[in-house]
Design a protein around this ligand. Structure first.
Ligand SMILES: Nc1ncnc2c1ncn2[C@@H]1O[C@H](COP(=O)(O)OP(=O)(O)OP(=O)(O)O)[C@@H](O)[C@H]1O
Length: 617
């Protein structure tokens, strides 16, 4: 019998351990003890090597030279090192406990990121239950989806957070987030990550991948945060690095990670382009355990020697296929392979996305060691929660057609705060122009794209989220990862060239078990998408219009990337299992003018059509 999320709420909520902060003895300032260890006996020594793992001993330097295992008794300053777990002399200002000059005080002033200030132990489960009901969340939608794992000795999944040893403080934050039960990707990925294994994980949009990589990282760092770190003036040494392709997504992951690590002593900092670097440097100087960053700003910090990756224990790439796509791959390779980050096998690497073309899987395997491949749901597919419609609309009719849709929404009472509409267009200019036209026609709209200043982008996102401007016209910069509650409708005013981009775009609705609507305007300019789109809709049990089926039968594939591997079967496939694995090595041209997908492109190495500049950061 299937157990729904709602059914299990009461049980799971009561299973989650709650620590009683009031009984926590406060340490003296000179002897810092992390909060999660304050109730322990002296003999209950922290595991400074992190979670049980078969990983090679962490060396702290790439290539394993100068390796060391931090031990409590090493809690003295070696040359150039500060040990943070004991009362030791500080080396200059800003050094000491994780380079935090005022660690304890800082935490005292940590802002509560949760709406609630209560530790309502008895009623939380019930409240989560009723909220899920009233907001229409249907967690059953995730219960019976297919799961594929491959790799050696895959740790078994769990059913509840209580089964996983994440630590009391993290569990308490999970409870505050009202996460009653792990989503399927979390059920499988968290035990794998906690076992110290490298992971390539695919799961549908909106299914909780952020927490799936954040929880193990935070939990691991809670155990390891007092490892010795080098003490070099003005250089900081994070233990974990989370990379994402856009500024807004990095900010969102940062906000999430901060919530999850509230009062755990784990310090999360974000660094992204377009925002003043000095502010970010000041934040880094206060200490950092987990750095969330976009690649460009990260390289800048590394080149200024304000940051070293020498101590990185955990590396997570969110939207990993995008990060290893042509636009970013050289930068990612530089960060991971050519700076001072410990080698694969020494660090733990986790790659997450909703789409993972097999050519990108091949590239990604360069960064992984003896990894587990995990696929939850029909990979590269959309969730059944999103109703997909495709309408044939000539270019010249698109605006009036959009207007009809918006009027209909208004009449149905869906327009307004609860019904946000995200409209994707191809170009930045097109976004500005459509926004202007919508506003002129009485529909408050705003835009987000790469030509806007970061401040404008953040303002636009806030105005959309709050429902002040319930229509957001966006380029692909908003296609991935953004988790905006109440997006009821995604309109592909201009369809993307790539079916994976379509999957991510429509995934801005229908999240966390909620339903959503996605409408696409299709015309002669989108022929290369006809077949993959028809296949995708069929897989997701959507009604495929007869005209699209006809086009699909005639249309060529739009490049090998649009060739869907999942047709007619569960599409999550580890490329290592493909029969051609190891034989066909010409998949990646690598050089200028080459496509990452083995087909030459005509756009000088860009994934975008002539005249279309990249929408990405
Ligand atoms: N265990 C859980 N219980 C309830 N809600 C959850 C749980 N895990 C995550 N969520 C919520 O689900 C939503 C989607 O999560 P998240 O943004 O991590 O999805 P994702 O899989 O990364 O999506 P995308 O592929 O679009 O990046 C978020 O609002 C998050 O707070």
């Amino acid at each position: 019998m299937r157990t729904s999320w709602a059914d299990s709420v009461a049980n799971s909520a009561s299973e989650i351990a709650v620590s009683d902060n009031s009984s926590v003895p406060r340490p003296t300032r000179s002897t810092y003890v992390p909060p999660h260890l304050r109730n322990r006996q002296a003999s209950d020594a922290p595991n400074l090597l992190g979670p049980a793992t078969e990983r090679t001993a962490f060396s702290g330097t790439p290539g394993g030279s100068q390796g060391y295992r931090p031990k409590p008794e090493q809690g003295r300053l070696g040359p150039g090192y500060a040990y943070a777990g004991a009362a030791v002399g500080r080396v200059g200002s800003g050094s000491g406990w994780n380079n935090r000059s005022r660690g304890w005080d800082m935490r005292e002033r940590e802002v509560n990121p949760f709406d609630d200030d209560v530790d309502d132990k008895n009623n939380d489960g019930e409240r989560a239950f009723s909220e899920q009901e009233t907001t229409g969340i249907n967690f059953d939608a995730y219960e019976d989806i297919p799961v594929e794992t491959s790799g050696e000795n895959v740790p078994p999944p769990v059913n509840t957070f209580a089964e996983i040893d994440l630590g009391d403080l993290l569990n308490q934050n999970i409870r505050r987030c009202k996460y009653v039960k792990p989503t399927p990707i979390q059920r499988h990925a968290i035990p794998i990550a906690l076992a110290g294994r490298d992971l390539m994980a695919c799961a549908q949009t909106g299914s909780g991948k952020t927490a799936a990589f954040c929880f193990p990282i935070i939990s691991g760092i809670m155990r390891e945060q007092y490892v010795q770190r080098p003490c070099v003036a003005r250089t900081v040494y994070p233990l974990a690095l989370i990379l994402s392709p856009t500024r807004e997504l990095s900010c969102q992951i940062h906000d999430e990670a901060k919530k999850f690590s509230y009062q755990t002593g784990v310090k999360v900092v974000v660094a992204y382009g377009g925002a003043p670097i000095n502010q970010q440097l000041r934040e880094l100087d206060r200490g950092v355990d987990i750095l969330v960053a976009t690649p460009g700003r990260l390289v800048d910090l590394l080149e200024r020697a304000r940051l070293s990756l020498q101590m990185i224990r955990y590396l997570a790439l969110d939207e990993a296929d995008r990060m290893l796509d042509m636009g970013f791959e050289p930068q990612i390779r530089k960060i991971v392979e050519q700076m001072d980050m410990p080698n694969r096998g020494v660090r733990q690497t986790m790659l997450f996305s909703a789409t993972f073309p097999r050519e990108i899987q091949r590239l990604a395997s360069d960064f992984l060691s003896n990894y587990i491949f995990l696929a939850v749901g029909r990979v590269g597919s959309s969730t059944d929660l999103i109703v997909q419609r495709v309408e044939f609309v000539h270019e010249s009719d698109k605006r009036s057609h959009l207007m009809d849709l918006l009027h209909a929404q208004k009449e149905n009472g869906a327009h307004g705060k609860q019904a946000l509409t995200l409209v994707f267009v191809e170009t930045k200019k097109g976004a500005d122009s459509l926004e202007h036209w919508l506003c002129l026609n009485g529909f408050p709209a705003t835009t987000i794209h790469g030509d806007r200043t970061q401040q404008e982008r953040e303002l636009a996102l806030r105005s959309f989220k709050t429902g002040k401007t319930p229509i957001l016209v966006a380029t692909d910069v908003a296609a991935r990862g953004l988790d905006i509650p109440h997006v009821a409708h995604v309109v592909n005013f201009d369809l993307p060239n790539d079916i994976d981009d379509y999957v991510h775009r429509i995934g801005r609705t229908g999240r966390a078990g909620k339903s959503g609507l996605a409408t696409a305007f299709f015309n002669e300019g989108n022929m290369s998408l006809a077949r993959p789109l028809a296949e995708l809709m069929q897989e997701a049990n959507q009604e495929v219009p007869a005209w699209l089926t006809r086009y699909a039968s005639r249309a060529p594939y739009g490049g090998s990337k649009n060739r869907r591997s999942g047709t007619g079967r569960f599409g999550g496939r580890d490329f290592r299992r493909e029969s051609s694995f190891g034989k066909n090595l010409d998949y990646y041209c690598g050089g200028n003018g080459g496509s990452a997908y083995g087909i030459p492109n005509n756009y000088g190495g860009s994934a975008y059509a002539p005249g279309v500049t990249s929408a990405w950061d």
